[in-house]
Write a protein that binds this ligand. Structure first.
Ligand code: NAD
Length: 317
């Protein structure tokens, strides 16, 4: 049986990833400091004999005595609200955390998957964004801490591949949504669902014409596992190319929840990207992957989960 170490495994994406690895008979050691994640996200996995959850801050050190076949580095604050609140930690986990997790992969001879982001493209001047685009990032703006940490992490991962021959893979994840997102993490979909379920106005930034391309979490995890189990190095975009203006997203969520909420326009955050759409030709060609779950279906599943978790919806963070 093979074994994976997942940093940030108690977060939104990490928890789905841990579950999918276990379903493929890969043992999982989940390392998390519960900064933005919670043990509840993996509560349903704790009884699984192949799963272990260890509280650890990967910026301190990572020590794993057993053999490891895969290291998946997903630890990082990921929403604009989180990394605005935790700017220095975001840079530490993207730099020192990446260094430590790469060191583990080197020591164990493991394949390494770095969770990078579409934010590496910044406010893109090329649309849709292929992996060959180098990006348009403001290093000193409020989002710079996240974008540059991930760009540094990509560079460090590439250096470990070239210098130490580590079998690395870099995935650039585009906006993903689904169960276990935090309703107050500031991202559009959980915010709109929380507001719609509470009958509050949906707060749309700007005039809502900025676009997002959103991928349902099960599709994303399918792409991540195909990538992990391949020998491709990336960087590789994984995301859903179906692009939609934020205002339409809000209207759909009002429709699907049957809410009577109104829409309220609020100022757009600084450096908020205007457009965002992955070019997924590389993933299609090399992994045979493309998203399968239509937006309304994914939204329905997410709304159902939020409706069944009033404790999460009512939480203050
Ligand atoms: P999340 O905040 O739910 O998960 C991140 C996890 O990392 C949390 O459980 C948190 O407690 C943990 N963590 C943070 N610092 C840590 C540290 N020093 N040591 C150990 N654990 C630590 O976020 P998410 O949306 O699941 O994102 C996971 C990864 O995917 C991140 O690296 C993020 O940058 C990347 N990503 C996510 C998206 C998305 O749409 N969700 C898009 C692009 C990239």
């Amino acid at each position: 049986m093979s074994r994976a170490v997942v940093t940030g495994g108690a977060g939104f994406l990490g928890s789905h990833l841990c579950q999918a690895l276990l379903e493929r008979d890969i043992e999982v050691l989940c390392l998390d400091n519960f900064l933005t994640g919670t043990p509840a996200n993996v509560g349903h996995l704790l009884e699984h004999p192949g799963f272990r959850l260890v509280r650890a801050d990967v910026t301190d050190y990572i020590h794993v005595p057993q053999a490891v076949d895969y290291v998946l580095h997903f630890a990082s604050p990921a929403s604009p609200i989180d990394y605005a609140e935790l700017p220095i930690h975001t840079m530490k986990v993207g730099s020192i955390g990446t260094l430590h997790s790469l060191g583990l992969a080197k020591e164990k001879g493991a394949r390494y998957l770095l969770a990078s982001t579409s934010e590496a493209y910044g406010d893109p001047l090329v649309h849709p964004q292929p992996e060959t685009y180098w990006g348009n990032v403001n290093p000193v703006g409020p989002r710079g801490v996240y974008d540059e940490a991930k760009r540094f992490a990509e560079a460090l991962t590439s250096a470990y591949r070239r210098t130490h021959g580590v079998d690395t893979a870099i995935v650039r994840i585009f906006n993903t949504y689904g169960p276990r997102m935090r309703p107050r993490d500031g991202r559009a979909i959980p915010t709109f669902i929380r507001q719609a379920l509470a009958g509050e106005p949906l707060t749309v930034a700007g005039n809502g014409s900025q676009t997002r391309s959103v991928c349902y979490v099960d599709d994303l995890v399918d792409g991540l596992l195909r990538f992990l189990l391949s020998s491709e190095p990336g960087p590789m975009n994984i995301g859903n190319p179906h692009e939609i203006p934020v205002i339409d997203l809000a209207r759909r969520i009002i429709g699907l929840t049957g809410s009577s909420s109104a829409i309220e326009f609020v100022p757009r955050p600084e450096d908020d990207p205007t457009v965002r759409q992955p070019d997924i030709a590389l993933a299609r060609r090399t992994l045979g992957w493309e998203p399968q779950i239509a937006l309304d279906e994914g939204l329905k599943r997410t709304i159902d989960w939020f409706a069944q978790h009033p404790d999460v919806v009512g939480a203050t963070r």
